[in-house]
Design a protein around this ligand. Structure first.
Ligand code: PHE
Length: 355
């Protein structure tokens, strides 16, 4: 009788067409209410001799069916995998498409290039939030409350939320404050990021980018500032003898302050960089004001340093001959295709930044 059951179960196992069907066979044979299990339950009513013999036979049957189930399961799983591999087949020998569609935005590219140059000089990258408070954006930077210099910035204020009025940072200089409050000198950071001012015309967009630099140490002086910026500009614009001119200026957070011009030539609506006698302003800089150091918990009798801030769009336009600032943010794919950069062509000093 068990032989008949065995044949029947084995043929059911082999006939199972897929894994769920096979599992059904398993439950019917070996599950709690399965047929073999049913016979097992009857063993208790037999005499000891009969029980031993029948028990051994049932165990053998059970093992055999379990083994058949396992074998069939492996078979079905292999067939399933084979079918899937067939269906999801991919010819990896096909050549890559000749051109990738995506482009790196010139702003991203320009910031990556700047970071690559400053990283080589030993700067690390610091970041701060776009939504700032008055303290970090102004007060700690030596803009006293009510000071007219605050009006120079056309600030976007957020709706007043009690005692702390938040704003969209008008420059990357608040990252100087955050860095000085959170770390100890020597400090050598650059901070690239978005900045905001309520302004819109040919040369201004309400959102733009800056890169900030900050160096604080015991003997840092204006000569270091000059050397650092000369070195940077020559590497960035790839003009070995690019002249730089430092003009006295004013920022509340630096003393002395300067604006930096680079040499250029304007001819027939074109602009060429180099030693031609004409000048173009590209950045602001200076020695960090003692009031700023003190507001950030740094002993101004022991430490001093320099800072600079540069508009990213401005230098990107200069370097890559992009005529209109506003086009940067129009998200026009044709523009991006023309001015954008191929992904993975990552800026690196050793390869040369401009290829
Ligand atoms: N934060 C200044 C601006 O946005 C630039 C600057 C930075 C000047 C650091 C001096 C030092 O105009």
């Amino acid at each position: 009788m068990l032989d008949a059951l065995k044949d029947e179960l084995l043929s059911l196992v082999n006939a199972a067409a897929d894994l769920p069907a096979l599992d059904e066979v398993r439950v019917n044979a070996l599950g709690k209410k399965g047929r073999i299990t049913g016979f097992m339950k009857e063993l208790g009513g037999l005499s000891p001799d009969e029980r031993k013999e029948r028990g051994q036979a049932l165990n053998a049957l059970k093992d055999e069916i379990a083994a058949a189930l396992d074998a069939r399961k492996a078979e079905l799983a292999a067939a399933h995998m084979k079918a899937r591999l067939e269906a999801e087949r991919l010819d990896v020998t096909l050549p890559v498409r000749p051109e990738t569609e995506g482009r790196i935005h010139p702003i991203t590219q320009t910031m990556d290039e700047m970071v690559a140059i400053f990283a080589e000089m030993g700067f690390s990258v610091a970041e701060g939030p776009d939504i700032e408070d008055d303290f970090h954006n102004f007060t700690a930077l030596n803009f006293p409350p009510g000071h007219p210099a605050r009006d120079m910035h056309d600030t976007f204020y957020l709706p007043d939320a009690g005692d702390k009025r938040m704003l969209l940072r008008t420059h990357t200089s608040p990252v100087q404050v955050r860095t000085m409050l959170n770390s100890k000198p020597p400090i050598r950071i650059i901070a690239p990021g978005r900045t905001y001012r309520s302004d819109y015309d040919m040369t201004h967009t309400p959102m733009f980018h800056q890169i900030e630099g900050l160096v604080i140490d015991e003997a840092t002086n204006m000569g270091h500032l000059k050397g650092c910026l000369v070195e940077f500009c020559r590497a960035f614009f790839d003009v070995d003898d690019l002249p730089l001119r430092f003009r006295p200026s004013f920022f509340p957070f630096t003393e002395p302050s300067a604006e930096v011009d680079i040499g250029c030539l304007r001819k027939g609506g074109e602009l060429k960089l180099g030693n031609y006698g004409d000048w173009l302003e590209i950045l602001g800089c200076g020695m960090v004001h003692p009031n700023v150091l003190e507001a950030c918990g740094i002993d101004s009798t022991k430490y001093q340093g320099f800072a600079f801030g540069m508009g990213v769009e401005r230098v990107a336009m200069l370097k890559y001959g992009i005529p209109d600032l506003r086009t940067f943010f129009e998200a026009d794919l044709r523009w991006l295709k023309h001015y954008g950069f191929v992904p993975l062509d990552i800026p690196n000093i050793a390869h040369g930044l401009t290829r």
